[in-house]
Write a protein that binds this ligand. Structure first.
Ligand code: PEP
Ligand code: MG
Length: 757
């Protein structure tokens, strides 16, 4: 089978000859499309270049020659425009099926079904597009796409040398970037920020793509790898990374990649195809990026982001262009823009000036997001093609609460934002002042308000909010941010640190809830078979009971960490009572072992179950006497009750937590465990919202575990509520549900002077 390197090399060799010839530029382009088309066995090969802000067909083999210099499209228009705008590759078996397809009749392209196109990039900007088409509907092989990408890199250099790229023109593509624009993304870290756009600019300008001396290029990469590995090893001794915790795990991932043989081998293969060291690194990076887009597993994708971070480091080292925006220094309040950012790169910025971050990619569990949250920097993610919308130095308003960014806002918008900013600060100060105020209801009931946590970095929130403890510590977070299965000692260390930080306030550890959508790259599930319904699949306790080793290790880590104190532990997704018994038995046998070893044992162990699966509710009278506490995970429970995927945005608005079905169900649970006197906590997102919390108080819930930011608002609510009154009202509503229960509760709140906004 032909390799990508060989395919690219064959094309590159012929291109060399063309470029060395004395033919005119147009003639050269015509020859180039012929060569590529022929070598890739492609019926159509076309080159579009940016001229006067438009993408113009400059040369083609296979399309109507009359369309050359006639067919023009805007950046962002049609498939070619989309490739240029997003700087991305498209590989389509059926071009017309793509939502961005636009038909240009003069080209005669209607005969061709399949289409593959790659951007021609110069100084991190698209300056053109190289495309191939086939009559037959087929997806192009990876080797072909890779060859195309390599050729596009070479083309960008050749075209620039021929003076075909007007740098002004490339800049002129930005001319449409004036006036206000609002872009929506995904909230990754909440908060508001205002500042000027600063591109992290990790991408280095690659001056030369085609190598003169392949052996010399190999040597350059070899030395750069050495230097990068040194840097990574050195980072371990830096303060930020020396503190243990998640950062340590990030570093481990870095090390793993830095010493990865596969990565350096791929770069060497790219050098073999005739590229310079810089171009080869960039090529492999492009390929990884493309793969990442195809990977559906967010966790694996996150690890790939770390690889991208390292790749940029390598590129900077090899090219000697070492400066990122961080090394140049931030001049004022800045909002950093990056396709992706490694956590180490984020930490290089001046914290006083870095106000917010926008990532083209990013996810809630990405390392950089974890670090940003710990630094209190709002982050909005998943905004594509930012370079097409934002220029360096543009004023940006970042709204991490709503997940939107206003680019070049008008003065009225800035004013409104400033006012919100001020209100936010006031509100935060107000809630911070409530830290020591106890959540006692207007009629004297002491409600327990606890926080949900999962990382060491969350611990300061306990003191900042004055919460009653941690009602849900999601232990799987340590697993999620780790490149490998966390060893027992590391688990023990985390649990002990958490207990130390909590002091005499209780911490409820939940055993790992992995599986389903929380797939760990290093732990294969379900024997590698993908699940059609992961949320209802092999996850949480189901995994833990089968992979007993996992639970044993965690049990021992928890028991040892809680030596001399009380251990509160609960099991996720208990569906039938025997599962609780089996999990508890694992703990008991570890306890017996530790006793034998004469280790310091916990003073007391309180075992609890999470109610997330409706079936368990039917057996609560049987299970409750064996439980020290029950915690209701309404996030999962409601998705199962409504048969509505909690992560499906289309269903997000359809079913209401404040529906009679949910509230009746929850009330039945409260009543079912009451005879056994078991504590019941609600630890789903629902409890952190005011109106929902009011309803929960109305059905007899007295313990909430919520997101830290909600503690102040919920404490304030509790102090205004007469529990007896809301219970009476709720009894009435649940007996005879009004058409709009949410509306009824809101009206009731308003009439009782309770602000539920
Ligand atoms: C829940 O399901 O409500 C819960 C708290 O657990 P998680 O959100 O971690 O699934
Ligand atoms: Mg859950």
């Amino acid at each position: 089978m032909i390799t990508a390197a060989a395919a690219a090399r064959a094309i590159l060799t012929s291109l060399h000859e063309v470029m060395a010839s004395r033919a005119g530029v147009q003639a050269k382009l015509n020859q180039i499309v012929d060569i590529i088309g022929e070598k890739l066995n492609s019926e159509v090969c076309s080159i579009y270049l940016l001229r006067e802000g438009m993408l113009e067909l400059f040369a083609t083999r296979g399309l109507n020659q009359a369309a050359v210099h006639v067919t023009r499209m805007a950046v962002g228009e049609g498939l070619v425009g989309t490739i240029a705008a997003n700087i991305e590759t498209l590989n389509l078996a059926e071009a017309v099926a793509h939502p961005d397809f636009a038909f240009f009749p003069e080209t005669g392209e209607e005969r061709f079904h399949s289409f593959a196109g790659v951007p021609i990039v110069r100084r991190a900007r698209s300056v053109g597009v190289l495309g191939v088409q086939h009559v037959e509907p087929r997806r192009y092989e990876e080797v072909e796409i890779e060859a195309l990408q390599t050729v596009a890199m070479v083309l960008s250099e050749l075209i620039a040398n021929a003076g075909l790229i007007d740098e002004e023109d490339a800049l002129g593509a930005d001319a449409h970037m004036t006036g206000h624009e609002r872009i929506a993304g995904l909230t990754l870290v909440k908060g508001l920020a205002s500042g000027v756009a600063v591109f992290h600019q990790p991408r280095v300008t690659i001056e030369h793509v085609v190598a003169e001396d392949t052996e010399a290029e190999r040597q350059r990469v070899y030395l750069a790898f050495d230097k990068m590995r040194e840097q990574i090893d050195r980072m371990a001794s830096q303060a930020e990374f020396g503190m243990g915790g998640e950062h340590e795990e990030v570093l481990e991932t870095y090390r793993m990649f830095a010493y990865d043989e596969g990565w350096s081998r791929r770069i060497n293969e790219a050098i073999d195809s005739g590229l310079t060291a810089e171009a080869a690194i960039e090529r492999v990076q492009q390929r990884t990026r493309m793969r990442m887009r195809q990977i559906d597993d967010p966790l694996l994708a996150d690890r790939m982001h770390d690889l991208e971070d390292l790749s940029n480091r390598l590129l900077r080292i090899v090219s000697g262009q070492l400066g990122t925006a961080a090394s140049l220094g931030l001049k004022g309040d800045a909002i950093l823009i990056a396709r992706n950012l490694g956590p180490a790169e984020l930490l290089e910025y001046d914290r006083r000036r870095l106000k917010g971050v926008i990532l083209e990619e990013g996810s809630l569990t990405a390392h950089v997001v974890i670090v940003a949250r710990a630094m209190g920097i709002p982050v909005v993610g998943r905004i594509r093609a930012l370079r097409a919308k934002v220029r360096e130095g543009d004023h940006l308003l970042l709204d991490g609460d709503q997940g939107v960014v206003d680019v070049r806002p008008a003065p009225s918008l800035i004013e409104a934002f400033e006012a919100r900013f001020a209100r936010n600060r006031e509100r935060q100060a107000h809630y911070a002042a409530m830290r020591d105020v106890e959540p006692v209801s207007a009629d004297g009931h002491r409600i327990r308000v606890m926080i949900n946590a999962g990382l060491r970095d969350d611990m300061p929130m306990l003191n900042l909010t004055g919460a009653d403890g941690i009602g849900l510590f999601r232990t799987e977070f340590q697993f999620l941010v780790s490149a490998t299965l966390p060893a027992r000692e590391r688990q023990t260390r985390l649990y002990r640190d958490v207990l130390d930080a909590a002091g005499d306030r209780p911490v409820v550890f939940r055993t790992v809830d992995i599986g389903g959508d929380k797939v760990l790259p290093y732990l294969r599930h379900n024997d590698g078979e993908s699940e059609e319904n992961p949320a209802m699949g092999w996850r949480a306790l189901r995994v833990a009971l089968e992979r007993e080793g996992l639970l044993k290790v965690q049990a021992r880590a928890l028991l040892e960490a809680a030596g001399g104190r009380t251990l509160n532990v609960m099991f996720p997704m208990v569906t039938e009572p025997w599962e609780f018994d089996a999990a508890r038995a694992v703990f008991e046998s570890q306890l017996a072992f530790l006793r034998q070893q004469k280790k310091v044992l916990p003073d007391a162990i309180r075992y609890g179950a999470m109610l997330e699966v409706p079936a368990l509710a039917e057996c609560l009278d049987l299970l409750a006497p064996r439980l020290s506490f029950l915690s209701i995970g309404t996030n999962d429970l409601t998705q199962f009750l409504f048969a509505a995927d909690r992560s499906n945005p289309k269903l997000a608005e359809r079913y209401d937590w404040l529906s009679p079905a949910i509230l009746r169900f929850l009330r039945r649970v409260v009543l079912a465990v009451a005879p056994a006197g078991t504590d019941v906590t609600v630890c789903g997102e629902m409890g952190g919202r005011r109106l929902e919390a009011l309803a929960l108080l109305g059905i007899g819930i007295t313990r909430l575990s919520i997101t830290p930011a909600a503690v102040g608002p919920i404490k304030e609510l509790v102090r205004k509520v007469e529990i007896a009154a809301i219970r009476a009202a709720m009894d009435g509503w649940l007996a005879q549900p009004p058409a709009d229960l949410r509306g009824a509760i809101a009206t009731w709140a308003g009439a009782h002077g309770i602000d539920c906004e």
